[in-house]
Design a protein around this ligand. Sequence first.
Ligand SMILES: Nc1ncnc2c1ncn2[C@@H]1O[C@H](COP(=O)(O)OP(=O)(O)O)[C@@H](O)[C@H]1O
Ligand SMILES: [Mg+2]
Length: 343
Amino acid sequence: MTRIDKTPDNSTGGRPVAVSVRGLVKHYGETKALDGVDLDVHEGTVMGVLGPNGAGKTTLVRCLSTLITPDAGTAIVAGYDTVKQPRQLRRVIGLTGQYASVDEKLSGRENLYMIGRLLDLSRKDARSRADSLLERFSLTDAATRPAKTYSGGMRRRLDLAASMIGRPHVLYLDEPTTGLDPRTRNEVWDEVKSMVRDGVTVLLTTQYMEEAEQLASELTVVDHGKVIARGGIEELKAKVGGRTLRIRPADPLELRPLAGALDDLGITGLATTTVDPDSGTVLVPILSDEQLTAVVGAVTARGITIGSIVTELPSLDEVFLSITGEKPSAPQDARPELEEVAV
Ligand SMILES: Nc1ncnc2c1ncn2[C@@H]1O[C@H](COP(=O)(O)OP(=O)(O)O)[C@@H](O)[C@H]1O
Ligand SMILES: [Mg+2]
């Protein structure tokens, strides 16, 4: 399992809690959008809230942003109660919604300036904050063009910039890369990582496993308004699926005989093996160290020489499938992105 360029500090232990949610409920008629959600996000970390469409992710973000009032439960963000202290709370949060929220007719600079003014910055401060954020999100060259001429990636960066104007302590990112192509998605991830390095606490909702792996240190998996799993990424993987043995026979011609031998073993509880011809390996899901020993022993007893053997943790996709019974959305769902050319 490779982990690429994770956020700098992964550990949450000992850090104070920046977002504390207890028993949050929001029903729309029969629909239980939130049905008693508990979660804690520690300062300076990224909490990934993972769930399929309709799981309740946006409803959670809306409650935490004071845009809607929960039916029951409490949420404390940076020390403020979302229901009792909405005004103070709004000053310390930033929000990037699932859908772009910038004004299309205004230029990037005008959009940021306007938000700065709405946040009570002086004209001078709003101007300088807008310019430094345009610089920071690589939008200086496009600063004076109307936002409607921006590519999807530039729009998303403008959105992120807009959410940073008020120097939020806590930032909510609601599916920040849904619909973006892989390259643009990577750009957004880099921006989020750099914000986290600056100390921002992030609550990120996503349907993409890869996004969660890239950005989050901890995960809360929600479905039908309920938390169905939580923990560190490795922890969730370990909890769910046991491990997979990937065995390569020393002689490539022994690939099929090896798979056949494993299927004949009759080890109790051992799932069926799969052959991966591309890599010349056989995959065997195992649930215990005893099974591992039994597999290796039996293969050797058949006179098949093992070239290499590695154990793999399940992928986050497998974790998701096993807890929700649904396949996660594949990043290929993304629509092709406009090229970022100057107009
Ligand atoms: N304003 C609303 N009125 C009625 N139903 C809603 C409203 N907002 C959300 N829902 C329903 O609540 C559930 C959770 O929605 P949402 O929080 O948007 O999920 P997600 O963001 O995870 O896709 C869905 O079934 C959705 O249809
Ligand atoms: Mg949503």
